[in-house]
Design a protein around this ligand. Structure first.
Ligand code: MN
Length: 259
């Protein structure tokens, strides 16, 4: 809120400089006029349950929390734009990409595993749909902490400790140049592995340098964090761990190793 207020004041100041010459009202940010300064109203956000994809076989997976519920890590404006614009956009465009084709009856996992990587529309939007569905489903206002059970055992066996895994994931996200994702996934040997992919690619897709079944994805596109964190991707990555739903990640792990 404070940042938004400063931004609005900065905009107002520019406006006031331009209009001062014309003898008009001074900006709300000028000290003399401070008593008449009107603070902008709180930004209202919508209801995630109202977000529906246009017709087609793929639909948005309902958000299990409100846009404002992850504010300890991600601000509500970012959540709303990310869910209701980006995720929805990928879903609608995936539906368009499969329209009238036999793959329209396949699961998104089947489509991605057998993907022709030269098909840009299907690669970007199929990946965008799958990746965002997992991202939003593995966050929770009650998240954070550390994994338990078999997932915790596997993490300790592969990485030595949870902290070591966290460090690897943060490094994978921080080092990804431009837009992409950091992944915790189950590789072809059934072992946990950390890696990253560009754009909306993921380890299900053929021919990439990492291959397997994702169980946790961290979106490192700027649209995932820029309003709150600006260029500080590392701070976003660190905060992301305070909202990870490890129970959901454990469910994903159990399904992945059962395949
Ligand atoms: Mn995204």
């Amino acid at each position: 809120m404070k940042k938004l207020f400063i931004l609005m004041c900065a905009t107002g100041l520019t406006f006031s400089v331009a209009t001062a010459k014309e003898g008009k009202k001074k900006s709300c940010c000028q000290k003399k006029a401070a008593t008449t300064c009107v603070k902008p109203t709180e930004v209202k956000v919508g209801n995630p349950a109202d977000v529906k994809a246009a017709s087609g076989p793929f639909q948005i997976e309902n958000l299990q929390y409100g846009y404002a519920d992850l504010e300890k890590a991600i601000d509500k404006e970012t959540m709303e734009i990310h869910f209701s614009k980006h995720y929805l956009g990928y879903t609608n465009n995936l539906n368009k990409a499969v329209e009238g084709k036999s793959i329209a009856n396949q699961s998104i996992e089947e489509i991605l595993k057998n993907l022709d990587m030269s098909n840009g529309a299907l690669r970007n939007n199929g990946g965008g749909f799958y990746n965002h569905r997992m991202y939003f489903a593995t966050m929770s206002p009650n998240g954070g902490g550390t994994p338990t059970g078999k997932l915790a055992e596997a993490i300790n066996q592969t990485f030595g400790s949870f902290d070591a895994l966290k460090k690897q994931l943060e490094e994978a996200g921080a080092k990804r140049f431009g837009s992409g994702w950091a992944w915790l996934f189950v590789n072809k040997q059934g072992k946990l592995q950390v890696g990253s992919t560009a754009n909306q690619d993921n380890p299900l897709m053929p021919g990439l340098d990492i291959s397997g079944t994702p169980i946790l994805g961290i979106d490192v596109w700027e649209h995932a964090y820029y309003l709150k964190y600006q260029n500080k991707r590392g701070a976003y990555l660190d905060a992301f761990f305070s909202v990870v739903d490890w129970n959901k990640v454990a469910e994903n792990y159990a399904k992945a190793i059962a395949q």
